[in-house]
Design a binder for this molecule. Sequence first.
Ligand SMILES: C[C@](O)(CO)[C@H](O)COP(=O)(O)OP(=O)(O)OC[C@H]1O[C@@H](n2ccc(N)nc2=O)[C@H](O)[C@@H]1O
Ligand SMILES: Nc1ncnc2c1ncn2[C@@H]1O[C@H](COP(=O)(O)OP(=O)(O)OP(=O)(O)O)[C@@H](O)[C@H]1O
Length: 320
Amino acid sequence: MHANQPPAVEINTPAKLNLFLELLDRRADGFHELETVMVAINRFDRIRVALSDTDDVRVECGWLPHQAAVVERYRGSQAVATLPRSQDNLVTRALEQFRQRFSIADGFRATIAKTIPAGAGMGGASSDAAGALRAAAQLCQIDQHDQRLLQLAGELGSDIPFFFGSPQGSMSAAIATGRGEQIDPVSIGGKLHFVVVHPPESVSTAEVYRRCQVPSRPSSAAAMLAALVGGRGTQIASQLLNRLSEPARATSEWIDRVLSAIARTPVLGYQVTGSGSACFGVCPNAAVASRIAHNLQAAGIGSAFAAHSVCIASPTRDLG
Ligand SMILES: C[C@](O)(CO)[C@H](O)COP(=O)(O)OP(=O)(O)OC[C@H]1O[C@@H](n2ccc(N)nc2=O)[C@H](O)[C@@H]1O
Ligand SMILES: Nc1ncnc2c1ncn2[C@@H]1O[C@H](COP(=O)(O)OP(=O)(O)OP(=O)(O)O)[C@@H](O)[C@H]1O
């Protein structure tokens, strides 16, 4: 470490796609019991967390140049979620709660360079918060998989525990139950390829859940889990399901435009991710994914990119 530089840790925080999402029940606290299969993909924010000798938390958050250009292009059209100021950032809340829960006297400074579209159903804020907690734990010599840390993560947001990965080693996909905070890693038979399209309108997760309906006979994720073990794109595509699709489509007209455009491409199957507004198609390989992304990008329905499944990696100690 350089002299006078406070210790710091950096981590690439991935986005997620929901391959399967079924609603099981509406709870008395307003949340929904669900069963969802999530996969981490190679679209990353980068977060750097440093200890500070002041007793507060400050977070800077900005788009990396490529995503800044996308946001700028659509500014003033519909609401593309603006990035929150320090005090409203989920990372600020996560680090403040971490200090309280673990009685940490030092403060934290965090910088987030974002590429994951906000309000897209890709878990950007959750992944940033998980990255912040994991980085803070490493800085304070607390085990990444300490139950108190995972408990805090689940309290802060339903999607956050997924982005901790597995204590048993590399994890790229998991089945999440409860309100999404109970995670069981699942095996996948090979790298999965996708095309992802994010329209120029963000969607509020709370609003989509307000409009959703719990089916009287929920579908099971078992067939999706079996398809993932097999690793064949066609089988995985045939098991896609998202019970939040309908309320998401009712919330943003852009979603139907995006789904229609993806339907005209040779994807194996497609759907909305999470509460939207981003949608994805399952592709047979990387070359097809990038050709379809190129064509969809030209269609004027938002930002399209190719992606593949990735393992959720450990934080790395920064030496400078
Ligand atoms: C749509 C998904 O992204 C799918 O992975 C998640 O279920 C949403 O997870 P999240 O963004 O971490 O959501 P939270 O921050 O916990 O909750 C946001 C809002 O979504 C609703 N919500 C969320 C999760 C859940 N199982 N049931 C709910 O009804 C609640 O109204 C809540 O106020
Ligand atoms: N670090 C952050 N990055 C992005 N958005 C943040 C962050 N912290 C708080 N927010 C707020 O959270 C809202 C939604 O964030 P996010 O991008 O995670 O949505 P999402 O992808 O729909 O999430 P999910 O799939 O978990 O429901 C945004 O409107 C934004 O104002």
